[in-house]
Design a protein around this ligand. Structure first.
Ligand SMILES: Nc1ncnc2c1ncn2[C@@H]1O[C@H](COP(=O)(O)OP(=O)(O)OP(=O)(O)O)[C@@H](O)[C@H]1O
Ligand SMILES: [Mg+2]
Length: 276
């Protein structure tokens, strides 16, 4: 059949180029206002945004521009004051806290700047924790936690406590913990904020592999432009509004960059050699 009457084309055809399949995250005019006694803080002022399955998005913007507020809403840790949020086609804007927790646990993995690991607990047990909340049987819990640690290259550190791991290793444990319930979305709020440059690129390597090989949708907040260039798309927030939304040209691939970077040990040696 030839469609001659374009006025009656289904709406989907007129939408901008389908980036990569389905919209998993769809915000429509989202506002978030915090009330502190008499004072109102407008953290988000009307955000409309679609993120599709398989995208890798970096969120940038000055301190206080609303990035973490956005991540908390996208991650079902908080609800919009106004506007709607559909997660994988389901409107979650008015769900109860219990319903939100259930969705969060099954669909979303979180990674934070401070790692947030339990200090008296081994890497393996830290990774296993979300599977306990999910109510999985012990055998499957151990198996999944081991597999998640393998995915981030830390199988040999399973019994180390956080204090016995480097910052980068701790962040990889935190990523494994985020992966253990097999989420379709990974959210990371300044995941490289506490890491040196090489370790940061190692973390971006893990994110890129999870995105490319496992199709996990990744959304991360960063202050650094070079970290943002490992993503496929960059958003910029200013004063609670989305000011810029661009596809990354000349995207960097961590697996190409890593061999060109020196490890911290090598840098130290060079510095010592210069001093001699
Ligand atoms: N729980 C809260 N109660 C009241 N105000 C808040 C709360 N959380 C955030 N805000 C305010 O909302 C605004 C946006 O904060 P948000 O944490 O989203 O910024 P951000 O972009 O993540 O900043 P940073 O880069 O410093 O992490 C800020 O003005 C902040 O002070
Ligand atoms: Mg923040």
């Amino acid at each position: 059949m030839i469609l001659t009457d374009t006025m009656h084309e289904p709406a989907a055809i007129r939408q901008p180029a389908d980036r990569n399949g389905q919209a998993v995250i769809h915000l429509e005019s989202v506002h978030k206002t915090y009330y502190l006694g008499e004072v109102q803080v407008h953290a988000l002022r009307g955000i409309s945004l679609e993120i599709h399955e398989g995208e890798m998005v970096a969120v940038m913007g000055a301190s206080g521009s609303g990035k973490s507020t956005l991540m908390n809403i996208v991650g079902c840790l908080d609800r919009p004051t106004k506007g709607s949020y559909q997660l994988a086609g389901v409107d979650v804007s008015n769900m109860t806290k219990v319903e939100l927790a259930r969705i969060r646990n099954s669909r979303i993995g979180f990674v934070f700047q401070q790692f947030n690991l339990l200090s008296r607990t081994s890497a393996l047990e830290n990774v296993e924790l979300p599977t306990i909340y999910a109510g999985l049987p012990p055998e499957e819990r151990h198996q999944r936690a081991r597999r998640a640690l393998e995915q981030v290259g830390l199988a040999d550190r399973a019994h180390h406590h956080p204090s016995q791991l480097s910052g980068g290793q701790q962040q990889r444990v935190a990523i494994a913990r985020a992966l253990v319930n097999q989420p379709s979305i990974l959210l990371a709020d300044e995941p490289t904020g506490n890491l040196d440059s090489r370790t940061s690129v190692e973390v971006m390597d893990i994110f890129q592999r999870l995105n490319e090989e496992h199709g996990i949708t990744v959304v991360l907040v960063t202050h650094e432009h070079d970290i943002a260039s490992y993503a496929k798309r960059n958003l910029e927030f200013r004063d609670g509004k989305l000011r810029r939304d661009v596809l990354v040209r000349d995207r960097m691939m961590a697996r190409d960059i890593l061999p060109t970077m020196k490890s911290v040990g090598e840098e130290d040696e060079e510095e010592q050699a210069r001093e001699r």
